[in-house]
Structure formats: structure tokens, C-alpha cells
Write a protein that binds this ligand. Structure first.
Ligand code: SAH
Length: 377
């Protein structure tokens, strides 16, 4: 008997005990069908095909499965775990998609078409615990983790709804939540997205973004083939401790050391996201420090114009400032892009997902020399 067959199989279930099919990677689905339903292993691939290529929404649609097998599945398993709640289209074609979970929580994804690709930005948690000072989702606090099924279902539903119009080519884990705070659910979700037999996203087109949880970065590098993005957003510990309090646990030196050791394939790069906040992190000194910090890390820098939201104490850097910042980094041979602001008119842009609730996490005091850069709270 080998090791895997002695381990008991634990699978995500809904409140009625039905197995959440989209929580299972192909090897786990195969084991479950064999061990729990006494089916032949090849049934897993058939089911996988219906879930991820045909985007079936009911077992009745799966016409090449025997009636008995379909009825069995209907009794013990569940396909969708999210329900579409609303779609808002911004004037630039960006769509903000809201979904309702089985427990009634609302989460969001954003569908972003550009000339060269269509990207779906997905959520990994309901709210977020990181309390980044410039982000709207942070104001919700953490309400809960999503299951693998709920993460994958965002992509499957978006494909079901919009595939005839636009082919979703890229997935970014840059919606609500800190993916590395829910890594047990996120890693299998990346496996399912990348599976050749199913959705077949290129591993270069699935990107998971983190605020910088160092042990989880190491684990992700070992266990997932997807790409890594890191929200840098500040160049000194003093400023980053304030803007992104996770920095107090994993300061810049530790974060950058982990990235220097991060396993990367030929041509692979880590993306550093950098939100441009007027007077806070947009000086030439900051640009110089970015060059130093990122030395010896194959990377690209993505400058994000700050998207203001009601009540924020921050202001966007002026366009000329962003251009000067970018040009300095260019002159040091860094690969830099500016993220086009998308979906602004429907609050679907970066850092604008979610509805702040009554239990807003506490606002942090800026370092003394940056007090004048922010509006009084
Ligand atoms: N928690 C993860 C995933 C969220 S990604 C992370 O921090 O990486 C969302 C990206 O949008 C992050 O890079 C974040 O720094 C950025 N962001 C947050 N609020 C923003 C805002 N108001 N305007 C522009 N970018 C913002």
C-alpha cells in the first residue's frame, strides 16, 4: 500500500455535506471518485472536461456520463458555489462582477479587456486583514477566507457569462484579500487554472499578488507554477511600516532576501507593484532606493496611479511625477510599466473593491516627516 492511499481524503463540503467539486485538483478528484463513489479513474477526466471546458452548470448537461453516475453526483456533489449578484460595466469596457457566496457574503471580480488580452482579477478573501492604509478593501477588515471552489468559480462563471464575447486569457489574484493569507485554498486554485486538461491557462498568465508574507512566498515558490507579484509601495521600513503594517513582521531586507532566493525559470520575472502616492513614496530618492532594493532580482516594476476613494487621506501623484519616476528607473535599465487606470467610474479599479463595514480597522499615524503629505484624518 503506498502512502497516499492510507491518508484519508479531506474535501471541502457545503452545509449539506455536498462535496465542492471546484475545490478538487484533478488528482484529488480522481481519488475521490474512486474511493468515495467506486468509479473508474477515467471518469475524473470526463467530469473535468464538463466543468472546465464545457462550463456545465448542471449534472444533467453532462450527457456522456451515465444517468446513474449523474444522479449520484447530484446527491453528493455541487458544481457552483457562487451566484452572480450584479454586473456593472464602466465606460472603458471594464466590468465589475459581484458574486454571492453560499453564506451570503458578496465578493467581487473585475473583467478587464485590453487590445492584447482579457484579464480577470479575482478575490481570495472576503475583505482583508492587512490594513494597508491606502486600500479600500482594507477598510472592511477580514470577514473570511474563500474556498478553492469559490476562487475557481469566479473564473468559470466569468467564462460562462462572457466567453462568447471575449476570451479570458489572464488571471490575476489582485482583487479582495491577501492571497498568501489563504494559501491552502489559493495553491490548489492555481493548479486547477493551469491544468492542461481543463482551463489550461498558461502559467505565465496566472499571477498571484502579495503584500509580502515571507514564509508563504517561499512555500508558493515550491508548490505553485503560477507567477508572483509583490506590492512594494514603499522603499524604507519607516514608510512601509506605516503604509503596509505587514512590513513590521517581514521588513524590506527580509522580503528582498526571500525574493533573491525565489526559484525562477529562465526568463521569469517577479512583478513589483508600486502605488504612486503624492508626497509619500514618489520622490527621486524613492526611485533610487527601488534600484538598490531590486538589484539581483529578475523583475519588472508596475507603477500604479493611486485611485482615490471617499474618505482616503492620500492623493495621486501628478502624471509628470510618475513619468519622471519611470524615466529614472528606465535610465537604470529597469523594466517599468505604468498601469492604466481602468474601471474608475464604477469603482472597479485597483484597491476599490468591497464595501467598508462598521468595524473599520484602525488608521495608523504617519511618520512625522510625512504628516503634511496626507490630509488630516
Ligand atoms: N493583497 C494583495 C493582493 C491585492 S492586489 C497585495 O497586496 O498584493 C491589489 C493591488 O492594488 C496592490 O498592489 C495594492 O498595493 C494596490 N492598491 C490598493 N489600493 C489601491 C488604490 N487605492 N489605488 C491603486 N492601487 C491600489
Amino acid at each position: 500500500m503506498n502512502a497516499t492511499s492510507t491518508e484519508t481524503l479531506t474535501v471541502d463540503r457545503d452545509a449539506d455535506g455536498k462535496v465542492l467539486l471546484m475545490s478538487l485538483t484533478l488528482p484529488v478528484l480522481t481519488r475521490w471518485l474512486v474511493e468515495a463513489l467506486d468509479e473508474k479513474p477515467f471518469r475524473a477526466r470526463q467530469l473535468w472536461h464538463w466543468l472546465y471546458i464545457r462550463h456545465a452548470s448542471s449534472f444533467d448537461d453532462m450527457t456522456d456520463l451515465s444517468k446513474g453516475f449523474r444522479e449520484r453526483l447530484r446527491d453528493v456533489a455541487r458544481i457552483d458555489t457562487l451566484e452572480p449578484a450584479s454586473v456593472h460595466q464602466a465606460s472603458d469596457g471594464t466590468r465589475k462582477l459581484a458574486w454571492k457566496t453560499l453564506t451570503g457574503a458578496v465578493i467581487e471580480s473585475v473583467l478587464i479587456p485590453t487590445e492584447s488580452r482579457v484579464t480577470l482579477c479575482i478575490s481570495s478573501q472576503v475583505g482583508c486583514a492587512m490594513n494597508c492604509q491606502f486600500c479600500l478593501t482594507a477598510k472592511m477588515g477580514l470577514r473570511g477566507n474563500l474556498t478553492t471552489a469559490e476562487i475557481v468559480n469566479q473564473v468559470v462563471l466569468a467564462r460562462r457569462m462572457f466567453e462568447s464575447e471575449q476570451h479570458i486569457s489572464n488571471v490575476v489574484f489582485m482583487g479582495m484579500g491577501e492571497p498568501f493569507h489563504n494559501l491552502d485554498a489559493v495553491i490548489p486554485a492555481t493548479h486547477i487554472l493551469i491544468s492542461r486538461e481543463g482551463m489550461d491557462f498558461s502559467q505565465r498568465k496566472v499571477t498571484v499578488s502579495t503584500s509580502g508574507l515571507v514564509p508563504e512566498i517561499r512555500r508558493f515558490g515550491k508548490e505553485s507554477q503560477a507567477r508572483l507579484a509583490v506590492s512594494l509601495n514603499a522603499t524604507t521600513d519607516e514608510t512601509r511600516d506605516w503604509l503596509m503594517p505587514i512590513n513590521r513582521k517581514y521588513p524590506l531586507a527580509e522580503l528582498m532576501a526571500a525574493l533573491r532566493e525565489y526559484p525562477m525559470k529562465q526568463g521569469e520575472r517577479v512583478t513589483f507593484e508600486y502605488v504612486m502616492l503624492k508626497g509619500v513614496n514618489d520622490s527621486l530618492e524613492d526611485a533610487k532606493r527601488i534600484v538598490k532594493l531590486t538589484a539581483h532580482i529578475p523583475c519588472k516594476i508596475n507603477l500604479i496611479p493611486f485611485n482615490p476613494h471617499p474618505g482616503t487621506e492620500f492623493e495621486p501623484s501628478p502624471r509628470e511625477r510618475i513619468d519622471e519616476f519611470m524615466n529614472y528607473l528606465f535610465s537604470k535599465h529597469l523594466n517599468v510599466t505604468i498601469r492604466t487606470t481602468r474601471g474608475d467610474d464604477r469603482m472597479a479599479a485597483c484597491g476599490q473593491l468591497g464595501q467598508p463595514g462598521p468595524r473599520t480597522p484602525k488608521r495608523l499615524e504617519p511618520p512625522p516627516h510625512l504628516r503634511d503629505a496626507v490630509r488630516p484624518a
